[in-house]
Design a binder for this molecule. Structure first.
Ligand SMILES: N[C@@H](CCC(=O)N[C@@H](CS)C(=O)NCC(=O)O)C(=O)O
Length: 209
């Protein structure tokens, strides 16, 4: 399998962490979705990352849909309960963390693609407010020792890659007091082998506009 995307994309890194956790072999295509968009478009139909190229050449897109396939391969080792309220809880926590990332990404892209004079102040204010709301709800829903209870799940993985992203790209939304439990869980997860195996390399950073 080939994982397309760089690890400063939280949704790409969460796929990589799952691949490592499951012990599934993969290689990487680390061409940049921004500075090498034409190359990525040859593989990924929406010119977005992550994409996962399967051994037969089939291309999967969207982190949740990619993980759905990997979870099926992983069987009982999947990072999500098989059914019921426990599964819904993990899916909803993960969706909240992923949605929080997407609102932060909208802020980052507005600032990246538009010169300051063309920034939409109402749009930025809306996205910042949604990002902060997402973090507040994540903090309120957080369980222990992991995000959704006793076991490590996709919720922990998405939360951890989100916290890295916000700390690096949008630190003004991270409140080290209110979000301390989220930050502490992310720090603990970063020490686990699968997370360390998917550590960022120096080249994995957003190009300047
Ligand atoms: N829902 C998608 C989101 C993918 C996404 O937004 N990826 C970003 C990088 S983190 C991207 O490819 N951006 C380039 C673009 O949208 O043009 C997923 O979970 O895979």
């Amino acid at each position: 399998m080939i994982l397309v995307g760089q690890y400063d994309s939280p949704v790409t890194r969460r796929v990589a962490i799952a691949l490592h956790h499951y012990g599934m072999e993969f290689t990487r295509d680390t061409r940049s979705v921004l500075s090498q968009a034409g190359d990525v478009a040859q593989i990924s139909p929406l010119t977005r990352i992550p994409a996962l190229v399967l051994p037969g050449g089939e291309v999967l897109i969207d982190s949740a849909a990619i993980l759905d396939h990997l979870d099926e391969l992983a069987g009982p080792r999947a990072l999500i309960p098989a059914s019921g309220p426990e599964r819904r809880r993990v899916l909803q926590f993960t969706a909240l963390a992923q949605g929080t990332f997407e609102k932060a990404l909208a802020v980052i892209y507005e600032r990246h693609f538009h010169p300051p004079a063309h920034h939409s102040a109402p749009w930025l204010a809306r996205c910042m407010s949604q990002t902060r709301a997402g973090l507040a709800h994540l903090a309120a829903r957080l369980s222990a020792p992991y995000a959704c209870g006793a076991d490590l799940t996709h919720a922990d993985v998405m939360l951890t890659t989100l916290i890295w992203y916000l700390t690096e790209r949008l630190p003004e939304v991270v409140d080290t007091t209110a979000h301390a439990p989220l930050i502490a869980l992310a720090a603990r997860c970063e020490t686990l082998p699968a997370f360390r195996a998917a550590a960022l390399s120096a080249f994995e950073t957003m190009p300047k506009a």
